[in-house]
Design a protein around this ligand. Structure first.
Ligand SMILES: CC(=O)N[C@H]1[C@@H](OP(=O)(O)OP(=O)(O)OC[C@H]2O[C@@H](n3ccc(=O)[nH]c3=O)[C@H](O)[C@@H]2O)O[C@H](CO)[C@@H](O)[C@@H]1O
Ligand SMILES: C=C(OP(=O)(O)O)C(=O)O
Length: 415
């Protein structure tokens, strides 16, 4: 079993380059299936979720060329369309194959998605959207089967603000007849990224980034070239790690506007964050105030950074409260942090963190991707060596984690 070993106690210093966004990449790659043409995507992060998606595209018969951080997909000739099992079970975002293949062929059979276990993660709003567009949807043998004689634009109100449902409906609507209006849509930057690609392919999309998105579909979409936005969750993780270690790090290749929810909470703790056009410099000085944080859909504080932030809050004065309003039980990092000396209690959706508890290296397990990020930050500040298993979760979402942290002066290695 692979282990990540971290010898803690070194402040991070220097500059880190942020990679392309995982949550954009895993939507943009299936979006290429909508065009009978070649599409090029640049600034692709080198992470496991992207590798799995490349394998899925090859399984489907698409021509995939990879060159550094650039992928070219020619989805003109696709085969093997039913995907009830295999790679689709390995990541959450395989649900985008439903929207993409429904849009392209009017039918799809896709196994239920995998991804982080954060408690129940239903896809009822995705299904509601597909049905509104005219698809018949059945759930059999662990897979969703969709078919539509004709996809027709519709007005869809999402009962829950959902990133996945918003993007999935956009994908199918991009080739539907007429106008689709998504109300109560999610506003995450990754949604704008997908809208930019679909628009470059020929669909008409207005309102991405607001809660009403209008899509006028086009029967045939063309190929295009697109560059992925920076990963705001990877950036936030390095910002938190810089502060937690009392370091000084320039987090480069970011869109500072996307980081505002994180920057605001770090500043509230007393951490210095300086902004320039494409970078943020974070300086930690060790005396931090405890804060209350509530995760919310964008532009609220992202649930995906709640877990690493909890580790930072073990260093702050007083009691901090972290409430996850998106996932009811995203606290699988807490027991592990407590094994390292943290004093954190979970009640319902809220973690109560008693601050100023020094951490001690221990053998811990990452139960999901951001639990892994929380434990990496813990390892960086703990005394002695921390041994993290469950590294495959971390590899799903962080490009060259060890390399980037080593460049910042951390001492870590794999065994
Ligand atoms: C691949 C990807 O982009 N993953 C991100 C995406 O996940 P994902 O797209 O799965 O998350 P959603 O935005 O859909 O989920 C938000 C909330 O809505 C609920 N819900 C969602 C869909 C649905 O049909 N019914 C329903 O009840 C979920 O259980 C959750 O409580 O957004 C999450 C919220 O920012 C992030 O944590 C994930 O990193
Ligand atoms: C929850 C996450 O990913 P996924 O939705 O792919 O499981 C995440 O990136 O933190």
């Amino acid at each position: 079993m692979e282990k990540l070993m971290i010898k803690g106690g070194r402040p991070l210093h220097g500059e880190v380059q942020i990679s392309g966004a995982k949550n954009s990449a895993v939507a943009l790659i299936p979006a290429t299936l909508l065009a009978e043409a070649r599409t090029m995507i640049e600034n692709l992060p080198a992470i496991r979720d992207v590798e799995i998606y490349e394998e899925i595209l090859r399984d489907l018969g698409a021509e995939v060329e990879k060159n550094g951080d650039r992928i070219t997909v020619d989805a003109t000739h696709l085969t093997n369309l039913p995907m009830p099992n295999g790679n689709v079970k390995k990541l959450r975002a395989s649900y985008y194959l439903m929207g993409a293949l429904l849009g392209r062929f009017g039918e799809a059979s896709i196994g239920l998605p995998g991804g982080c276990n954060l408690g129940p993660r239903p896809i009822d709003q995705h299904i509601k959207g597909f049905e509104a567009l005219g698809a018949q949807v059945t759930h059999r043998d662990g897979a969703i089967h969709l078919s539509a004689r004709r996809l027709k634009g519709a007005r869809i109100y999402l009962d829950v603000v959902s990133v996945g449902a918003t993007i999935n409906i956009m994908l199918a609507a991009a080739r539907a007849e007429g106008l689709t209006v998504i109300e109560n849509a999610a506003k995450e930057p990754e949604i704008i990224d997908v809208a930019t690609l679909l628009a470059a392919m020929g669909a008409q999309i207005k309102g991405a980034g607001t809660d009403v998105i209008r899509i006028r579909g086009k029967r045939n979409l063309s190929g295009c070239r697109h560059s992925i936005i920076p990963d705001r969750i990877e950036a936030g993780t390095y910002m938190i790690a810089a502060a937690a270690t009392d370091g000084e790090v320039t987090v480069s290749n970011v869109i500072p506007k996307h980081m505002e929810p994180v920057t605001a909470k770090l500043r509230e703790m007393g951490i210095t964050v300086d902004e320039s056009d494409e970078a943020l410099r974070v300086r930690g000085e060790g005396h931090y105030k405890g804060i209350d944080v509530k995760t919310l859909p964008y532009p609220g504080f992202p649930t995906d950074l709640q877990q690493p932030l909890t580790t930072l809050l073990t260093r702050a004065e007083g009691t901090s409260l972290v409430t996850d309003n998106i996932y009811a039980s995203r606290f699988r990092h807490v027991d592990e942090l407590c094994r390292m000396g943290a004093n954190v209690r979970v009640e319902g959706r809220t973690a109560m963190i008693e601050g100023r508890t020094p951490l001690q290296g221990a053998a811990v397990r990452a139960a999901d991707l951001r639990a892994g990020a929380a434990l990496v930050v813990a390892g960086l500040i703990a005394q002695d060596v921390t041994e993290i298993t469950g590294v495959d979760h971390i590899d799903r979402g962080y490009e060259k984690l060890e390399e980037k942290l080593k460049m910042l002066g951390a001492e870590l290695w794999r065994e």
